[in-house]
Design a protein around this ligand. Structure first.
Ligand code: GAR
Length: 210
């Protein structure tokens, strides 16, 4: 069974969706720990309620990125995870960190990558008058929000949408696609090979599985 470790910074609604799937099914995976860089992240309570070990590697006051990532690596490696799931973990990672877990790290990003890497994705989609927006699950590589896409979900953008309306619509879809990608990984159906996402031995296209 695969050991999953989840990194969070906030609410942890994606964490909850993944907990629900792992607990409600007999997937060959279990969540060994949830680590937050913020002590007050609500996701820590979600984890505790589900009986999952939690820990905080506080980033507050640490300005040296390499130093923080080293501390995070030491904590993560206590659990020897097979998969690291970044679920609203709002930090940029050093190349050293990413290389240490190469091919084992997933992230969810609230846009249809390669569009809108970085922050404020919902407002940017509204400002650009986009007709559709969404979320992407991808493998993490050294390129920020640039790793190969595994799965995307699209939602419509309505003319009276505020950023928070659109965020809520996108998050509903995140809760559907992220557990699915985790399930593929723990079932050994998904891997990263030659910088591409590969599902059932087939290289996925730029937009991921369709
Ligand atoms: C999610 O919408 C995720 O896509 C986004 O943060 C939210 C976390 O929500 N991630 C990023 O913006 C990464 N740069 P959650 O804590 O409720 O899962």
């Amino acid at each position: 069974s695969k050991k999953i470790l989840v990194l969070i910074s906030g609410s942890g609604s994606n964490l909850q969706a993944i907990i629900d799937q792992v607990h409600l099914s007999d997937e060959p995976g279990n969540i060994v720990a949830v680590i937050s860089n913020k002590a007050d992240a609500y996701g820590l309570e979600r984890a505790a309620n589900a009986g999952i070990e939690t820990s905080v590697v506080a980033s507050k006051g640490i300005t040296d990125r390499a130093q923080y990532d080293q501390a995070l690596i030491s904590e993560i490696d206590n659990y020897q995870p097979d998969l690291i799931v970044m679920a609203g973990f709002m930090r940029i990672l050093t190349p050293e960190f990413v290389q240490h877990y190469s091919g084992k790290m997933l992230n969810i990003h609230p846009s249809l990558l390669p569009k809108y890497q970085g922050l404020n994705t919902h407002q940017r989609a509204i400002d650009a008058n986009d007709e559709e927006h969404g979320a992407s699950v991808h493998f993490v590589t050294e390129e920020l929000d640039g790793g190969p896409v595994i799965l995307q979900a699209k939602v419509p953008v309505f003319s009276d949408d505020q950023a928070e309306d659109l965020a809520a619509r996108v998050q509903d879809q995140e809760h559907r696609i992220y557990p699915l990608a985790v399930k593929w990984f723990v079932n050994n159906r998904l891997c990263m090979q030659g910088g591409k996402a590969v599902l059932d031995d087939v290289e996925l296209p730029e937009q991921g599985y369709a």
